[in-house]
Design a protein around this ligand. Sequence first.
Ligand code: NDP
Ligand code: 8X3
Length: 240
Amino acid sequence: MVTGASAGIGEATAVRLAREGYSLILGARRIDRLEKVAEATGATALPLDVTDQASVDTFVSHVERCDVLVNNAGLASGLEPVEALDEARVRAMWETNVMGLIRMTQALMPRLKEAGGHVVNIGSIAGFEIYPGGGGYTASKHAVRALTKTLRLELLGTGVRVTEIAPGMVETEFSLVRFDGDAERAKTPYEGVEPLTGEDIADCVAWAVTRPPHVNVDEIVVRPVAQATARDVARDNARG
Ligand code: NDP
Ligand code: 8X3
């Protein structure tokens, strides 16, 4: 199961897990794009809005077995300081990144327990770092990190594995969404630097889920070589 598989990290993860031999169910809101990913991977595409409990329930009603749940659906919206945070933007981030992850995890937990499954949460370096203007997003990813660690404790003894993948800068549609479709502004974070790709993160997911069942990969933090923190990026001189 991969949420947010219509683009970026989720799409790359679907492609990679299909290659690893997984039989996939993919969810996202843009069903036309999701169906293209499903065609390429032999997956089943189902509409999913993780902010909507009814949509989550319908999605999960089609699931008979769940070995791996990749909670990937997520977004950033805006880059305003805390004193100017827009409530609708903050709610969109929290409803998707935090409540969406909780909804999916709760809905699939019976299946995950039956299968001795694996929950993989796509967190972020924003789960343990902060940066000016990132307050709404970094707070949501700190929550993802806290939830992931809590879940690992609560599932101790069930055989269900819990992993967080925490990427730094990955070039996807993330910045386009953050900056409300402003394509020029969306390019700026990646200028003069070689960012990670969705495939790099898919590689981490694939590695974590293909370890033997007695091995739990707690967390993977992965960044471009030219990025030391969310704010410290070596531009123009750090290819490769
Ligand atoms: P993209 O914008 O490229 O992809 C985001 C995906 O999430 C899309 O498939 C989108 O599909 C889906 N999505 C968004 N909202 C919902 C929703 N309500 N219900 C279901 N699906 C939804 O961004 P990324 O691939 O970069 O982001 C994937 C994850 O990686 C996010 O959790 C993000 O926070 C995290 N991340 C990204 C980093 C980066 O630098 N890019 C770094 C660290 C973490 P649709 O719109 O069709 O619903
Ligand atoms: C995305 C990474 O640094 O833009 O999760 O917050 S960052």
